[in-house]
Design a binder for this molecule. Structure first.
Ligand code: NAD
Ligand code: TYD
Length: 366
């Protein structure tokens, strides 16, 4: 893998977000020649996530909106990437329930602009560079909808999105496939499960529960806590994305997962155990699990996600390296030790419940 990356030029959209910032670090640490980020810095971006990257000579940051076609063209011309990783998105299901329209704008229109700019860039490349170029579209397992107790998402699972977020990602997937089929743009598409680890904005389950437990606040579990998600540590996901770019076949999709599907309540209880074991139980709280509260369910809550990553493993040799309990332990410590980063997030989100219905029918996300 290191050999594939050495000297290569990489553009990462959404690189100031959770997975993007981890991918930037992974590329820089593995010797990429140029790692450039295109990001418009929404509420979900945290400038501190790129603090280390900014000290590296190979790094460049471009503040731009992925919907802005002239800006995308200009950045592609400047960066001249071998690989484009497209992660810029509105990414939170609960926010998509409150305000769907920004999801359509960024995830659909933004992907269309980036595809258009990438196609023009690719068509102008000499043959040898054209052969190496790859547009890696980072989609989600949520485009497949919801599973019952049995079965797994695979690459040929029918697309059946059920939240505005998932629908907007599925629409962007169609555009990517259309650019590949019609114009020959060499793309690969990935569908990963739920990530966790450093730099995740605390609106998502794991960081929200960690921070609330550390602060002695209630832990809101939607419904009965029986919904199942398939969890992967973010660095394992980043490693899979790099393997897909280097070894995946053009025009192919890969589902990514670490065979770690668990009910939400089990995950929240394990976070509580880690917090208590580390001696971080909030003052006045006997044990962190006493903070768990079952609250009104999410509208249209998908029941189960679970992934069979056999194709990715077979074709690229990728294997997850991180064991869930150990990675969760490290994640609790990371949030406890990175207070300035947490405070930066708190400027735009105070931990309130999101996603019980439409809030602003025409509104923009903050
Ligand atoms: P995130 O919300 O943490 O980060 C998204 C980033 O995109 C932010 O830095 C934001 O500023 C940027 N962005 C948003 N709108 C933009 C625009 N119009 N122009 C330019 N930049 C814009 O998201 P994440 O969790 O890091 O997810 C990254 C990608 O991975 C998304 O495409 C998401 O659908 C996909 N994904 C996420 C998960 C997960 O568990 N988090 C799982 C599978 C797939
Ligand atoms: P989330 O992190 O929002 O990711 P996604 O909806 O993309 O899977 O939620 C993960 C699971 O946790 C999901 O089933 C909803 C549930 N959940 C809660 O029970 N309480 C919460 O406060 C949040 C944010 C999520």
């Amino acid at each position: 893998m290191t050999k594939d990356l050495e000297g290569s030029r990489i553009l990462i959209t959404g690189g100031a977000g959770f997975i993007g910032a981890n991918l930037v670090e992974a590329c820089l640490r593995r010797g990429a020649g140029r790692v450039a980020v295109l990001d418009c810095l929404t509420y979900a971006a945290n400038p501190l996530s790129l603090a280390w990257a900014r000290q590296q000579k190979a790094f460049a940051f471009h503040q731009a909106d992925v919907v802005d076609l002239p800006a995308c063209k200009k950045i592609l011309a400047e960066v001249h990437p071998d690989w484009v990783f497209h992660l810029a998105a509105e990414s939170h299901v609960d926010r998509s329930i409150e305000q769907p329209l920004p999801f359509v704008r960024t995830n659909v229109q933004g992907t269309a602009s980036l595809l258009q700019a990438s196609l023009l860039h690719w068509q102008a490349l000499p043959q040898s560079s054209q052969d190496r170029f790859r547009f890696v579209h980072v989609s989600t397992d949520e485009v497949f909808g919801s599973l019952e107790q049995d079965g797994y998402f695979r690459e040929d699972t029918p697309v059946a999105p059920r939240s505005p977020y998932a629908a907007s990602k599925a629409a962007s997937d169609h555009l990517v496939r259309a650019y590949g089929h019609t114009y020959g743009l060499p793309y690969s598409m990935t569908h990963c499960g739920n990530n966790f680890g450093p730099y995740q904005f605390p609106e998502k389950l794991i960081p929200l529960m960690i921070l609330r437990a550390l602060q002695g606040k209630s832990l809101p579990v939607y419904g009965q806590g029986i919904n199942i998600r398939d969890w992967i540590q973010v660095e394992d996901h980043c490693q899979a994305l790099l393997q897909v770019a280097a070894r995946g076949r053009a025009g192919q999709a890969y589902v990514i997962g670490a065979r770690n599907d668990r009910p939400n309540l089990e995950v929240v209880e394990e976070i509580c155990e880690v917090v208590d074991r580390l001696g971080l139980t909030a003052p006045g709280v006997r044990q962190s699990r006493d903070l768990i509260r079952f609250v009104e369910d999410r509208p249209g809550h998908d029941f189960r996600y679970a992934i069979d990553p056999a194709k990715l493993e077979r074709e690229t040799g990728w294997r997850p390296q991180r064991e869930f309990s150990q990675a969760l332990h490290e994640t609790v410590l990371w949030y406890q030790e990175n207070q300035p980063w947490v405070e930066e997030c708190e400027k735009s989100y105070a931990g309130q419940r999101l996603g019980l219905g439409l809030t602003s029918p025409g509104g923009k996300s903050s």
